[in-house]
Ligand binder design. Structure first.
Ligand SMILES: *[C@@H]1O[C@H](CO)[C@@H](O)[C@H](O)[C@H]1NC(C)=O
Ligand SMILES: *[C@@H]1O[C@H](CO)[C@@H](O)[C@H](O)[C@H]1NC(C)=O
Ligand SMILES: *[C@@H]1O[C@H](CO)[C@@H](O)[C@H](O)[C@H]1NC(C)=O
Ligand SMILES: *[C@@H]1O[C@H](CO)[C@@H](O)[C@H](O)[C@H]1NC(C)=O
Ligand SMILES: *[C@@H]1O[C@H](CO)[C@@H](O)[C@H](O)[C@H]1NC(C)=O
Ligand SMILES: *[C@@H]1O[C@H](CO)[C@@H](O)[C@H](O)[C@H]1NC(C)=O
Ligand SMILES: *[C@@H]1O[C@H](CO)[C@@H](O)[C@H](O)[C@H]1NC(C)=O
Length: 259
């Protein structure tokens, strides 16, 4: 357990990302950059399932526990939300004994979030009364020294309850894959755009609908927040775009009291 020692870390400070994350139906192409594979999600205990409701929609997303009462997610997940429910405490969404359901007390999204370009796609959900159990971990943030790291070639863990394949739109059990951080150019080439302050990862399986806002983790540090603009998960090695947490350390601190 990696409990963050933060006393009274206050989060001052509500709906769907479409279902996105692990597509197990993806076939490898000749672009074999990484050895992506489904990995055991059993050690992942920092992830929250998020259901956010706007006036005319509902979105399922993920988020990461970064303090006793703060969840980091993507701005696209919560923008315009009037109501946010968060479930945390189990990797299995049918495990109602372990899951804690919390209503957000508030939320905030990055002031410069752009819903068209997905720049600054980051937000914080504030909760109260999370019962931090032995089965929960609070993720560290990158250090200031790591803030500018490109993380190229690092093996990172990506996880979510999102779309599994063409027919299965979500998974009750958290799924996880290892992915590799690759140069931004690969995302530029794949999508024709690449938000500043973002990070590009590549593996055979990856994020899909329902996985937005979820964690990209390296050594128990939250280095990325899944963000994407594609509506569908393409076959083969298609890179994924995530917000680079290192660029937002000051913003996160200013919104959360995490030092
Ligand atoms: C809660 O969110 C609203 C809207 O974003 C904001 O005006 C308010 O200051 C927030 N409350 C706290 C306690 O941060
Ligand atoms: C990919 O897998 C092959 C065969 O298992 C292995 O030799 C190679 O080192 C792996 N590459 C990476 C980057 O893990
Ligand atoms: C409802 O959804 C439509 C299409 O997404 C959007 O244009 C409209 O602004 C939304 N209305 C409200 C009240 O959120
Ligand atoms: C936290 O634990 C208390 C005491 O056991 C319980 O009353 C409360 O409902 C729990 N909160 C959640 C969100 O499960
Ligand atoms: C989709 O995933 C489910 C669950 O893993 C699996 O049972 C099913 O065969 C898959 N469907 C396709 C078309 O791959
Ligand atoms: C996935 O990453 C974890 C953490 O680095 C590592 O322990 C595990 O061996 C990796 N799995 C595969 C299949 O590469
Ligand atoms: C994420 O990566 C997977 C695996 O390459 C790919 O199938 C999927 O389309 C990517 N998702 C997005 C939104 O780009």
């Amino acid at each position: 357990m990696l409990y963050r020692v933060v006393l009274f870390s206050t989060c001052i400070g509500l709906l769907v990302a479409e279902n996105v994350l692990i597509d197990h139906n993806i076939r490898a192409t000749n672009l074999k950059i990484t050895n992506g594979s489904t990995t055991d999600a059993n050690s992942i205990s920092y992830q929250a399932y998020i259901d956010a409701t706007t006036l005319n929609a509902s979105r399922s997303c993920s988020g990461s526990l970064i303090s006793r009462n703060c969840i980091i997610t993507a701005a696209q997940c919560i923008e315009g939300a009037i109501f946010i429910n968060v479930w945390i405490g189990s990797r299995d969404l049918s495990d109602t004994n372990s899951l804690q359901k919390l209503e957000s007390i508030n939320y905030t999204i990055h002031e410069n979030y752009d819903s068209e370009t997905y720049e600054n796609d980051i937000g914080v959900i504030y909760l109260s009364h999370i019962n931090i159990t032995e089965d929960m971990e609070i993720l560290e943030l990158p250090t200031q020294e790591e803030a500018d790291s490109t993380y190229y070639d690092e093996f990172v863990t990506v996880s979510g309850w999102g779309k599994v394949n063409e027919t299965v739109t979500s998974s009750d059990v958290l799924l996880s894959v290892n992915s590799t951080v690759v140069p931004d150019l690969m995302c530029w080439e794949a999508f024709g755009y690449f938000p500043i302050n973002d990070m590009c990862t590549l593996s055979e399986k990856g994020a899909c609908q329902g996985d937005m806002g979820g964690p990209i983790v390296l050594n128990y540090k939250l280095i990325g927040v899944i963000s994407r603009v594609e509506d569908s998960c393409k076959e083969g090695y298609v890179p994924n775009i995530s917000v680079k947490v290192g660029y937002f350390l000051d913003w996160i601190r200013s919104k959360t009291d995490i030092s």
